[in-house]
Design a protein around this ligand. Structure first.
Ligand SMILES: C[S@@+](CC[C@H](N)C(=O)[O-])C[C@H]1O[C@@H](n2cnc3c(N)ncnc32)[C@H](O)[C@@H]1O
Length: 218
């Protein structure tokens, strides 16, 4: 498969085209519910999750890392899938945002989990950043979140991706995002001289991500 490329389509199908053990780092921020998966799938959310996660593990190098950002409703199940697929658990990162997703009969959600796993127990890149960055609770503020939402409602803030990419990859490494959305992961990858591959099933999102990538001079 070519590199520095963004492809339109279903991530499970596109992942099958990526050769075994070629990717250094995966960031995955899948749709949070089955209703948001396109094209629609006939199985339940966790069966579908297992399908793309299996492919991600296959394409990850023995020294590779994967970060999965998801709804706290599914995080414990995704954790179990990752362990069953042979990944090593490293951190349950809490991305604490300023907004709260209010709930009717339980506590509102004020954070999003980002689970960090590796393929090898000890051989993987981990470039220690500033001391205050080297903890498992990450914060974004209202102004950054508002600026991010202007790009796209579902965009992940660049500061989150910067931490992940700088910590868990090196210049020239290959980064894969199976659900690129507005393309923040690839924009950060390009900015910091990493190679990248991205997939999304929305033509609108692919065009948006391509536009943003064009504006980055590597
Ligand atoms: C939570 S958003 C990702 C947001 C992204 N992290 C960003 O910074 O913009 C999930 C993305 O998955 C895409 N998607 C939904 N079903 C998909 C599928 N089967 N294959 C690939 N992408 C899919 C949606 O179009 C959406 O852009």
């Amino acid at each position: 498969m070519k590199e520095n490329i963004l492809l339109l389509g279903d991530s499970v199908e596109l992942l099958k085209k990526v050769p075994d053990e070629t990717v250094d780092l995966i960031f995955a921020d899948p749709p949070f519910t089955l209703e948001e998966v396109h094209p629609p799938v006939r199985c339940d959310y966790l069966t579908w999750t297992r399908q793309w996660m299996k492919e991600c593990v296959r394409v990850l190098k023995r020294t590779g890392s994967i970060y999965i950002q998801m709804s706290s409703d599914y995080a414990p199940f995704v954790f179990n899938i990752a362990i069953k697929e042979g990944l090593y658990y490293k951190n349950w990162i809490v991305w604490k945002h300023s907004y709260v997703c209010q709930e009717r009969k339980r506590f509102g959600k004020a954070y999003t989990p980002i689970l960090f796993f590796t393929r090898h127990s000890s051989k993987y890149s981990f470039n220690v950043q500033e001391k205050e960055d080297c903890v498992d609770t990450w914060f974004t503020d209202k102004s950054e979140e508002e600026a991010t939402r202007k790009i796209d409602e579902l965009s992940t803030p660049s500061s989150i991706l910067e931490r992940i990419i700088k910590t868990s990859s090196n210049k020239g490494d290959l980064i894969l995002d199976p659900f690129v959305g507005s393309g923040t992961s690839l924009v950060v990858a390009k900015k910091f001289n990493r190679r990248y591959i991205g997939f999304d099933s929305s033509e609108y999102k692919i065009k948006l991500a391509l536009r943003r990538l064009k504006q980055v001079s590597s």
